[in-house]
Design a protein around this ligand. Structure first.
Ligand code: ADP
Length: 264
């Protein structure tokens, strides 16, 4: 099997016989390869904006460009944009490593998700120049879940943010909270070109993007869904991304409910 990695060891035993052991090391091999890829990707993502900023600093320090106020303003605008991209990337990398560091500790705080959704939607609407009414909320009364408030805010921010980034201009983004089969279900649905089925299983990989150029130009780091996946795992919630090409995408996060028997 070409996809598996085996480690073979040979030991001589009594009577001149040989004992051959084969150990399947595929898991640690994959983990190591992912770590190497991650460092390479993160460095590359940081190097690109840094190179742009350095290029513009050099041009400005050569003189002529700095004397022309219009050119200077334009260059500074580009440098600011690139620096912001680096900042977003570093912030996302820090979030990801923090969440990963305590992935085994399930948050114990009881949290009502409804008000968190209201708050995040309010913040996003106030940051949008127009189209804030596109975000439509449908919040039913549901039991509290055990969750970290800050991480829930980040999960919502990333998912609603993606819907805004990738949906058709002006189309509605529906955020709903309800209860199904004793669990609390949060879903974010958008109307967009959708995502082809072959990409779906890879969307939560770090730096995986369907269209890297488009994602970068609209400010994506490629880490948003990886962060969402880790937050969901830490909360013992399931994450499901369903998409229909030409129709849209629905992301659903389903939380277990706090119950008296597992409160101990
Ligand atoms: P990014 O920062 O690039 O948005 P994410 O990890 O949040 O990174 O998402 C990974 C990729 O998944 C995106 O680049 C985009 O191609 C795709 N994607 C995520 N959410 C949606 C959505 N709601 N509709 C269409 N494509 C999406």
């Amino acid at each position: 099997d070409a996809d598996r990695r085996w480690v073979m060891s040979v030991r001589h035993v009594e009577g001149g016989a040989k004992l051959v052991t084969l150990r399947d090391r595929t898991d640690s091999w994959i983990a190591e390869r992912m770590r190497v890829d991650f460092v390479a990707n993160a460095s590359h993502e940081l190097r690109t904006p840094l190179a742009t900023i350095l290029g513009f600093i050099e041009t400005l320090s050569e003189g002529r460009a700095a004397e022309d106020a219009a050119i200077r303003q334009r260059f500074l605008g580009i440098m600011l944009g690139e620096a912001k991209r680096m900042q977003q990337l570093v912030d996302d990398l820090i979030s990801l490593s923090r969440i990963e560091a305590d992935r085994f500790a399930v948050p114990q705080t009881s949290l009502a998700l409804g008000p968190v959704i209201d708050e995040v939607a309010g913040v996003i609407r106030s940051g949008m120049r127009e189209g804030g009414e596109r975000i439509q909320l449908s919040i039913e009364p549901v039991p509290d879940v055990r969750a970290d408030r800050v991480q829930m805010g980040q999960l919502l921010h990333n998912l609603i943010g993606n819907a805004i980034k990738y949906a058709r201009p002006g189309s509605p983004i529906r955020v709903s909270l309800d209860r199904v089969q004793g669990k609390v279900r949060l879903s974010i649905a958008d109307e967009s070109e959708g995502i082809a089925p072959e990409h779906l299983p890879r969307l939560t990989e770090r730096f995986y993007r369907v269209d890297a150029g488009r994602s970068r130009s609209i400010g994506g780091t490629g880490l948003g869904l990886a962060i969402v996946k880790h937050i969901a795992e830490r909360h013992r919630a399931t994450l499901d991304i369903a998409s229909k090409v030409g129709i849209g995408t629905t992301v659903t996060v389903t939380f277990p409910v706090m119950s008296s028997e597992n409160l101990s």
